[in-house]
Design a protein around this ligand. Structure first.
Ligand code: PLP
Length: 420
């Protein structure tokens, strides 16, 4: 499908229906078939040679055509073409999970003695991967709090440079479960200033799982690579696990070489499921965002609620610095937020156990509303001191709003609050 009609550039939501797929190459099938094959037939020996010249770098331009399913397949290629569209990225890669995407990115970018400068907190498994796993291989790390100012980010970059060769800057915004936004523009400006004398400035990668691609597009603020757990909003139906990385061709090719080597690509069936998911991505995220705004307003006005940590309230809660980042970086407040009830664990558990529509489960970004208690569940093993610092208190309930009827959800939350 062409990308523009009569000079009008088509929107991603339109492109999701057909981009990257020609039905006439598959017997006229409107939807792409699932290509279950481990290997692909070369038309002749010269084509086979040409392919491997591309793979091995003997010929510039990279691999041409398909050869083996650890490297790529038709369903994954269509998925990658469509993923990139959302953020006008030059290229994209699909992975078997968000964590395999992040792990492949790290393995491709860092070596022993290098330093990763990162925002904190990060998704727990990402923190484990950096500190406990890469740390074992001699990789250093320096972190700064997600809400840091330019001066604080500069200090972290300098500390990183003193520790080793800074090979990667890794961000996650908003941070989970604090919801603190990272000032990506300030990080990019800091990187350019601190490493001004380096020809190969460390790339900035950012986990955009919570707001992307509808409400935040960090490539526009100076990030070089965007990382996704496609398990969440992109997949959107809580029925698959996958990951993605988007960015410039040069960076993506570096990561592709690692993915080809270790085989962290997603399977064809998952890719096909994601193609279906992307057709409704904007519809689902828009509805979930509208629902969350209504539910948060209701919760915020309720006498049994202490505070609602929702990006849509930054302005009214008087957080000028975070509100400023929000205005510059985000086009919507998302549908995942923190609810602080009056009371402690007993009140949080009573609330969770009374909910009927909202299911008690970790994860987020699905069509259904989910709720959980981080202090007792996902963050149970986090030391008490760090829990306090991150605002992971016993009265915290994390909620991800789905696409149900908003008033039904409000009735569910009202009944659960009454039961406390
Ligand atoms: C879920 C999640 C991940 C990990 O993704 P998986 O698909 O579960 O491997 C990484 N980052 C964030 C922000 C997440 O929410």
């Amino acid at each position: 499908m062409s990308i523009s009609i009569g000079g009008r550039k088509l929107k991603p939501s339109t492109m999701m229906m057909g981009h990257g797929y020609d039905p006439m190459l598959s017997e006229g099938s409107l939807k792409p078939p699932i290509f279950l094959t481990s290997t692909f037939v070369f038309p002749n020996a010269a084509a086979g040679k040409r392919h491997f010249e591309g793979v091995t770098g003997k010929r510039p331009g990279g691999a041409d055509g398909l050869v083996y399913s650890r490297f790529n397949g038709p369903n994954q290629e269509i998925l990658e073409d469509r993923l990139g569209i959302w953020e006008s990225a030059e290229d994209a890669l699909a992975f078997s999970s968000g964590m395999s995407a992040i792990a492949t990115l790290f393995l491709a970018m860092v070596k022993p003695g290098d330093t990763i400068v990162h925002s904190g907190p990060l998704y727990a498994a990402t923190e484990t991967l950096i500190a406990r796993i890469l740390g074992k291989f001699g990789v250093n790390w320096v972190d700064f709090p997600a809400g840091s100012t330019r001066a604080e980010i500069d200090a972290a970059m300098k500390k990183g440079a003193d520790t080793g060769n800074v090979a990667l800057i890794y961000l996650e915004s908003p941070a989970n479960p604090t919801n603190a936004l990272v000032d990506v523009e300030a990080v990019a400006a800091s990187r350019d200033a601190i490493f001004a004398d380096r020809a190969d400035k460390p790339p900035i990668a950012i986990d955009n799982t919570f707001l992307g691609p509808v409400w935040a597009q960090p490539l526009k603020q100076g990030a070089d690579l965007v990382v996704y757990s496609l398990t969440k909003y992109a997949g959107g139906h809580s029925d698959l696990v996958a990951g993605g990385v988007l960015g410039s061709k040069a960076h993506i090719n570096t990561i592709r070489m690692m993915r080809n080597t270790i085989g962290t690509i997603c399977d064809p069936h998952t890719a096909w499921m994601l193609l279906r998911s992307l057709e409704t991505l904007e519809l689902r995220m828009t509805r979930a965002g509208e629902n969350a705004a209504k539910v948060c307003k209701f919760l915020n006005d309720h006498p049994k609620v202490e505070k609602v940590g929702y990006l849509g309230f930054l302005e009214q809660q008087g957080d000028a610095r975070q509100a400023d980042i929000y205005r510059r970086h985000c086009t919507g407040a998302g549908s995942t937020f923190s609810l602080y009830l009056k009371g402690g664990e007993a009140e949080a558990f009573k609330f969770l156990d009374t909910l009927k529509i909202a299911k008690l489960a970790v994860s987020l970004g699905g069509t259904e509303t989910l709720a959980s208690a981080p202090a007792a569940m996902t963050h149970l093993s986090v030391p008490d001191e760090r829990k306090q610092a991150l605002g992971i208190t016993d009265n915290l309930v994390r909620i991800s709003i789905g696409v149900e009827d908003a008033d039904d959800l409000i009735a569910d939350f009202a009944a659960a609050l009454d039961a406390i």
